[in-house]
Design a protein around this ligand. Structure first.
Ligand code: 4H6
Length: 235
């Protein structure tokens, strides 16, 4: 997969993609990341990318034209343009999965107070990584790249990906590794007895218990129930 990141601050991405699994993904060419800086598409002497909002108000906005030109330089027929914004659709694993099946993503990182609204016409999808405000879209873009990259063919081992597709929409059961006793705390003994059926059943019930107590919303999260709830219809 090719990912182009439109950002005024490409240096912010130095590091996060250069280690561990994301580094290997790029070495294997399962993932190719490129940066485009809207500042390189300005035409004035000051290379201006921001301006004041019409109608007044605080802060500055990103001008539409440098962003538009940056996107146009890398856009192909197969591209999906994604804008990261606190006003976006909340990012979920199901969406990550869909995006991981695209050939080419273009991620646009907003900054200052956001962008000129007219730029959004050329955007396919507006996503938010959660209900909080950040100074820029760069960290959300990093989050999205990480989430997508681990689903690309050849990045994780086959077993890990297969297990995940089963464990849909539940919290995972607790994990343990050596030593068997650590600072007086034992690993649950049934994990040591080699009975894979019993272990699978235990993990299933732990997972359900954990989900019920920490994330009950995940268990009622079929589209039909959620939509009915939002309209105050009883189901
Ligand atoms: C686009 C529009 C994403 C991008 C506005 C981006 C949180 C998320 C940004 C802004 C982001 C998220 C700039 C508006 C700072 C508020 C960059 N914050 N903001 N939840 N910030 O995915 O002021």
């Amino acid at each position: 997969m090719q990912i182009d990141i439109i950002t005024l601050f490409p240096e912010m991405f130095q590091g996060p993609f250069d280690w561990s699994i994301l580094k290997k993904a790029q070495q294997k060419e399962a993932l190719k990341i490129n940066f485009v800086n809207p500042r390189d598409f300005t035409e004035d002497a000051h290379r201006t990318v921001d301006d004041r909002p019409y109608g007044g108000g605080k802060g500055m906005l990103l001008k539409a034209e440098p962003l538009f030109r940056a996107v146009r330089q890398v856009k192909k027929k197969s591209s999906w343009v994604v804008y990261l914004s606190p006003k976006g659709k909340p990012l979920e694993q199901s969406q990550v999965k869909k995006l991981s099946q695209k050939q080419h993503l273009i991620l646009v990182c907003g900054h200052y107070e956001g962008v000129d609204e007219r730029f959004l016409k050329g955007v396919d999808l507006v996503l938010s990584i959660g209900d909080y405000v950040l100074t820029g879209g760069e960290i959300p873009a990093m989050v999205l790249v990480d989430a997508v990259a681990r689903l690309l063919p050849g990045v994780l081992d086959v077993e890990a990906t297969r297990e995940e597709s089963f464990a849909a929409k539940r919290l995972e059961s607790p994990h343990f590794t050596r030593p068997q006793v650590w600072r007086g705390r034992r690993v649950p003994s049934l994990l040591l007895n080699g009975d894979h059926q019993e272990i699978a059943t235990w993990r299933e019930s732990q997972s359900l218990k954990l989900t019920k107590s920490l994330r009950p919303d995940l268990l009622t999260k079929t589209k039909r129930i959620q939509e009915a709830k939002s309209k105050s219809i009883s189901v």
